[in-house]
Design a protein around this ligand. Structure first.
Ligand code: HMG
Ligand code: MG
Length: 300
């Protein structure tokens, strides 16, 4: 199978990355990170989350972030919204792209959004309806698609069923999240095969965490399957506060380096991205986990 010549790279660092930081990252730093990433070429970016600040205090400044970022035309700034309260705030602060997030296991659903999978889908329905009426783009995430921290193996048929319900509800695309990074390329392909029975490939996006070092290999497997929407996070930041042991997303620098080698356009400037990875890492007080960021440090 031939690889795509271009992909849609969703930069998740400001949201997935910073939601998992132990300390509170100042709003100024978040705003500057988003703007720097846009300067690097990001056109799809996860900006923040309108979730309960009791659950995720790291995202408690969502309204400030959305107020203070300067928005570049043509750039999509996506925010997470777990319920109507989140959607209404997101809309009030000018969000034009949102994401709802379901889980593929009951235990993870309870831990992450405090309800069953079915209840979460019912909760998302009015959110998606409102968003559609407002002309707001909606992504429907399914988490723990390649393994659950509480239940272990996850059946790809079950994931595909949840993805189907989200698509039928009106989600524009479906994000398949390997929240704890246990997936491998074979399992990734199987998951895509099952999901593609209901959702066209160009409406599926992959979101890999790199806990087991498989994220780049999994992304390559997904590219071979014809997936053209991929999430990654600058400096490999990230994790979910409700997924014990999960580390960051696939580092954007690692993905962009591989894509350049394959002749696939992501719109990112690699050198500027590596500079941004080091900039945010210095703010957070540790080096990036990305191999490419480390290798290129002396060359930027
Ligand atoms: P709950 O406690 O059942 O909700 O939480 P509630 O309706 O009873 O509300 C509790 C309090 O939170 C109330 O405040 C609400 O007003 C407030 P109080 O009356 O006690 O003062 N509240 C809100 N405040 C602001 N914005 C809101 C909001 N909703 C309620 N939207 C809830 C249920 C869903 C709210 C909670 O569980 C929650 O916020 N969960 C979010 C967890 C989260 O953000 N996880 C990380 C993102 S998912 C992820 O990382 C995976 C992904 O990356 C893909 C992958 O890797 O697989 C996307
Ligand atoms: Mg994630």
């Amino acid at each position: 199978m031939s690889l795509p010549s271009q992909i849609r790279l969703w930069e998740a660092g400001p949201r997935d990355g910073l939601q998992n930081e132990k300390g509170v990252v100042p709003t100024d730093v978040k705003v500057e990170l988003i703007e720097r990433l846009v300067e690097c070429g990001a056109t799809y970016i996860e900006a923040t989350s309108f979730v309960s600040p009791k659950w995720v205090p790291q995202m408690g400044d969502a309204a400030d972030v959305m107020t203070r970022i300067s928005r570049k035309p043509g750039v999509t700034y996506q925010v997470l919204t777990p319920n109507e309260k989140g959607y209404d705030s997101a809309k009030q602060y000018g969000a034009r792209a949102i994401a709802v997030f379901a889980a593929a296991s009951e235990s993870f659903s309870q831990r992450n959004v405090n309800c069953s999978i079915e209840e979460s889908l019912e909760r998302f329905r009015p959110v998606v309806q409102k968003a559609k009426a407002d002309g707001v783009r909606v992504r429907g995430f399914v988490s723990v698609v390649l393994g659950c921290p509480f239940e272990g193996e996850v059946d790809p048929v079950k994931v595909a069923g949840i993805a189907k319900q989200l698509a039928e509800m009106g989600c524009d695309d479906i994000g398949l999240g390997d929240t704890i990074g246990t997936g491998t390329p074979g399992k990734t392909k199987r998951l895509i095969e099952e999901t593609a029975k209901f959702i066209p490939l160009d409406r599926i996006g992959m979101h890999f965490h790199d806990t087991y070092g498989q994220a780049l290999a999994n992304t390559y497997a997904a590219l071979e399957m014809g997936i053209t929407s991929h999430d990654a996070s600058v400096a490999g930041l990230g994790g979910c506060p409700y997924a014990p042991g999960a580390t960051g997303n696939l580092a954007t620098e690692d993905l962009v380096y591989m894509l350049e080698g394959l002749g696939i356009d992501s719109g990112f400037d690699l050198k500027q991205l590596v500079r941004t990875a080091w900039w945010i890492s210095e703010k957070l007080g540790r080096p990036p986990v990305s191999s490419v960021a480390k290798a290129l440090k002396s060359k930027i």
